[in-house]
Ligand binder design. Structure first.
Ligand SMILES: Nc1nc2c(c(=O)[nH]1)N[C@H]1C(S)=C(S)[C@@H](COP(=O)(O)O)O[C@H]1N2
Ligand SMILES: [Mo]
Length: 546
């Protein structure tokens, strides 16, 4: 049976399968190009639009159910969708190509020129229609990677798809000719379909497994918030004097400084964070400044540096969650970079920051000029790692991680409001950190023994207001016991705390923790989800005492 005498339906489905396979290879190639040579990654472009148009309540629901890992599901969904679109292209090509007089050779095999024509068509459609519709401009003109890189990488991906498609389509047609037998043909088609779906399935399972491996640790917020709220006193005047002392570095208690390879990582990017080459990198300072300028990496490194201990927390961190870490940073004060431009002009209201992954955000001028707002180039004594924003990332103590822009390329002083990547998707713009206390040990559902001493320990973090007190309750907030604090390296970091505890009698216990900052503000017991302003409430851990 040749493709010539196959029914339209057979032609379509055989083209669909060849297209699915070629599309899978082309899509993987697209990711590889984006990782290696800054090629365009269509899943990023589509994903960014998807999160932009998703109504806030839907986003909020998905975020609550799936958490920060939602982006991996989104990526797998888009990736599979993209493969299916390639498959449809293959199907229609097989259906329509035989109508073109030049498309097949004497044996009824599709010529490779058809693959090139298909690639050209897809290239034009993507560059002139799809990318502009998805907000990336003609051939990615408004992406940081730019037109050239987008045109080039799309062309390679398109050609790979077109030629592989022709190859597999003809191979199938040839096999079909040999086999003649209709049932065998269908069997082989089914096998191919199974293989194709199998590969996609493995991808999907990989993503799901990923989620469970990296897993959310099952954080809990106090179930008795009503009672906690009733007796909540917002501010303690004067603020408590910190109860500093020696603490035991018990198992599971976070370390004061998080090693670079254990520091949490969050980015909007679905599959590929930018890999910036410092050689061609420039940092531009422009907008409402007297003298706009740009710096090379080496010039940036020559500027006076400041060391700063600071912890960070992601705005999507649940109370008790893992998206919180601490480091010793080194960088140039943003105020110095602005001063070098002759200062900001009158009427300027914000400093917007742009990054190599088309991420952007802004901070108020006053915040930009604070001495602790830095452009960091080193982390824990090492060159800033790629995942944390090499060559340079912003630090803005007191504000959620969202505004700690990584892979910085451009500082733009603006005289009108500026809403960043997550703000146009519904997240807070001022985004001040909500004070939080995490119980690191005991672990949830851990079995303890009555009359045997143990430790309750963890970290408390206020952003930039330090911690003056941490209190622990074993009776849902009726009474509190003061924990010992380890004197922190700065007021911008989390504070390690510890309380020795001997459970008096067997039974279930709920441990609740709260903190007070150096100004006397007490941690808010009101339970709130991360979206839109960041989570609040008290972390609780339930244990069994035997
Ligand atoms: N360029 C860029 N910067 C970014 C992001 C991003 O997606 N792109 N994500 C932000 C968010 S939401 C957080 S919480 C922090 C995380 O920084 P880390 O990965 O170094 O911990 O980076 C911020 N800076
Ligand atoms: Mo974040």
């Amino acid at each position: 049976m040749s493709t010539k005498i196959a029914t339209p339906r057979q032609r379509f489905s055989s083209g669909f399968l060849a297209g699915l396979l070629a599309g899978l290879v082309a899509s993987v190639l697209m990711l590889l190009l984006s990782w290696t040579i800054n090629g365009v990654s269509l899943p990023e472009v589509f994903g960014s639009t998807f999160t932009f148009i998703t109504p806030l309540p839907v986003f909020e629901y998905l975020h609550r159910v799936i958490g920060v890992d939602a982006k991996y599901y989104l990526f797998v969904g888009i990736f599979i969708g993209q493969c299916l679109v390639f498959a449809l292209c293959g199907g229609f090509c097989s259906l329509l190509a035989p109508r073109l007089p030049w498309s097949s050779d004497a044996q009824g095999q599709l010529r490779w020129q058809v693959g090139i024509a298909l690639a050209l068509l897809l290239w034009l459609l993507t560059g002139l229609l799809l990318l502009p519709i998805f907000g990336a401009g003609i051939f990615g003109a408004s992406l940081v990677i730019g037109i050239g890189s987008t045109m080039f990488s799309l062309a390679i991906v398109g050609l790979a798809f077109g030629l592989l498609f022709i190859y597999w389509q003809n191979q199938r047609a040839r096999r079909g000719q040999r086999e003649q037998d209709e049932t065998q043909e269908q069997q082989s088609r089914r096998t191919l379909l199974r293989r194709g779906l199998g590969v996609l399935g493995i991808f999907a399972m990989g993503a799901v497994a990923w989620r469970f491996i990296t897993g959310s640790s099952g954080s809990a917020v106090s179930p008795n918030s009503a009672q906690l709220l009733k007796q909540y006193q917002k501010k303690v005047v004067p603020p408590p004097v910190p109860n500093y002392g020696d603490i035991t570095q018990v198992t599971h208690l976070s370390s004061e400084i998080t090693p670079n390879d254990q520091y949490y990582i969050v980015s909007k990017n679905l599959a590929s964070d930018p890999n910036v080459n410092s050689q061609g990198w420039r940092l531009t300072v422009e907008g409402e400044v007297a003298h706009p300028y740009s710096l090379t990496y080496d010039e940036l490194l020559q500027l006076p540096m400041k060391q700063q201990n600071e912890s960070m927390m992601c705005i999507s961190n649940e109370v008790g969650g893992e998206y919180m870490s601490s480091a010793l940073w080194e960088g140039v004060p943003l105020a110095d970079l602005l001063a070098k431009a002759g200062g900001v002009k009158d009427g300027a209201v914000k400093v917007a920051m742009h990054a190599a992954d088309d991420y952007s955000d802004s901070i108020a001028i006053a915040k930009a000029l604070e001495p602790t707002t830095l452009l960091a180039v080193r982390m824990n004594g090492e060159t800033l790692p790629t995942g944390h924003g090499y060559p340079a990332r912003l630090l803005v103590p007191g504000i959620y991680g969202m505004k700690h822009i990584k892979w910085m390329t451009r500082i733009e002083v603006v005289k009108q409001d500026y809403q960043g990547y997550w703000q146009v998707r519904g997240w807070s713009d001022p985004a001040p950190i909500h004070m939080t206390t995490r119980i690191d040990t005991p672990l949830a559902m851990e079995n303890l023994r009555a009359n045997q001493s143990t430790y309750v320990a963890g970290v408390a973090f206020s952003g930039n207001k330090g911690i003056s007190e941490v209190d622990i309750s074993f009776d849902d907030g009726k009474t509190w016991k003061q924990a010992t604090l380890k004197k922190p390296p700065s007021d911008l970091t989390w504070v390690l705390w510890e309380l020795a505890w001997t459970p008096p009698k067997p039974g279930p216990y709920t441990i609740t923790a709260r903190a007070i900052d150096l100004e006397g503000n007490v941690q808010n017991p009101t339970v709130a989800p991360p979206l839109p302003d960041g989570s609040s409430g008290y972390h609780t851990v339930e244990v069994q005492v035997a």
